[in-house]
Design a protein around this ligand. Structure first.
Ligand code: ZN
Ligand code: ZN
Length: 341
């Protein structure tokens, strides 16, 4: 049984990626991404999952039925390797653990964010508001943007991971040759998983075939998220993968080509940011409104708008680290060229 997403089109089918490795789409409610792809590794101990989905009854039913199509029972899951803490990947892991006793794994940098983000978010929301003001958000928008992530909270069952994977660790998944690759950027503790036997890169949200992952600066993002992301792209781009297994959209070949495209995309954005500054645009908010997005600025609202401003700031910070611009503190802060004469 595949549960169709009413307004946004049907899900892709459950597919066998390789002998013993399955791709299972799990719906994300009211989201243009439509689904997360959960990957299930067959072992003689039982299945192991990479990512889980959002915690809704529909998503759980869909994961359960998709696993049944692949010949698994959800109660037999041994481990859930979570690429990062966003609700569409980590949200359902707790419920899988509840029915199966599986361990749940994250990178420590993402595990450290759980409490402030999901269990007691009040202080974090205040810090988001402070940052929005610093970067020039109009006061009339600060409050709604500050709270724009709250609708996602019901879709996360907050659990602490049982296992932490550092860069280079080998997750214990019998019969498979997996290595965790720490790829901060989209999230500070984002992990990709390399399966050496099949030369497969499970790329989470780090490398997707058509869309570019959001790389926002925010209070939990780390000092230079876009710089981290670009270094993490170079890191996975060095792997000679036969196929890339991302968490959204679809599988693809050509990891090196896609990595080069993503790097080029951000270089274009850097040029846009610099030209806005050269035209006398000074706040991050106004620079964001001048950048090229997938839809006009006026139609980017709520969480999307906050994500866009966060991404503009990521570009500004990365350019500051390259020594090209600087932030002049104030309320709001203003960005200017560093005199290079
Ligand atoms: Zn994500
Ligand atoms: Zn995602």
């Amino acid at each position: 049984m595949v549960v169709a997403q009413r307004t946004l089109g049907p899900l892709p089918p459950v597919e066998r990626v390789r002998p013993g490795l399955w791709s299972i789409p799990v719906p994300i409610p009211n989201n243009p991404l439509r689904y997360v792809l959960v990957y299930a590794f067959d072992t003689d101990r039982g299945p192991y999952l990479v990512d889980a989905g959002w915690t809704t009854d529909e998503a759980f039913a869909c994961l359960e039925s998709g696993m049944a199509q692949a010949g698994f029972e959800i109660g037999d899951v041994q481990g859930v390797l979570v690429t990062h803490i966003h609700p569409d990947h980590y949200g359902l892991a707790g419920r899988v653990r509840e029915v199966s006793g599986a361990w749940v794994a994250l990178h420590p940098a993402d595990a450290a964010l759980i409490h402030d983000r999901y269990e007691a978010p009040e202080e974090l929301l205040q810090r988001v508001g402070t940052i929005l003001r610093r970067f020039g958000a109009p006061e009339a928008e600060v409050e709604s943007l500050q709270n724009a992530s709250m609708p996602a909270l019901p879709f996360v069952s907050t659990i602490q991971p049982d296992v932490l994977f550092e860069d280079g660790d080998h997750p214990e998944v019998p019969g498979w040759d997996l290595t965790a690759i720490w790829t901060p950027g989209h999230s500070p503790g984002h992990l990709c998983f390399w399966e050496a036997g099949g030369r497969l890169m499970l790329s989470g949200d780090h490398v997707l075939p058509r869309i570019t992952p959001n790389i926002p600066f925010h209070p939990q993002a780390g000092a230079d998220p876009l710089g981290d992301f670009l270094r993490s792209l170079a890191k996975v781009g060095a792997y000679d993968a036969d196929e890339v297994l991302p968490a959204h959209e679809h599988r693809f070949v050509g990891l090196d080509v896609r990595v080069a495209e993503l790097i080029a995309h951000h270089e274009q954005r850097f040029a846009e940011v610099l030209s806005a500054i050269d035209d006398g645009v000074t706040t991050a908010w106004d620079i964001a409104s001048r950048m090229h997005w997938s839809r006009p600025w006026d139609r980017i609202e709520g969480f999307m708008r906050r994500a866009a401003v966060g991404e503009a700031v990521s570009h500004l910070i990365a350019l500051e680290r390259r020594g090209l611009i600087r932030e002049v503190m104030g309320q709001p802060s203003r960005w200017e060229r560093v005199d290079q004469r």
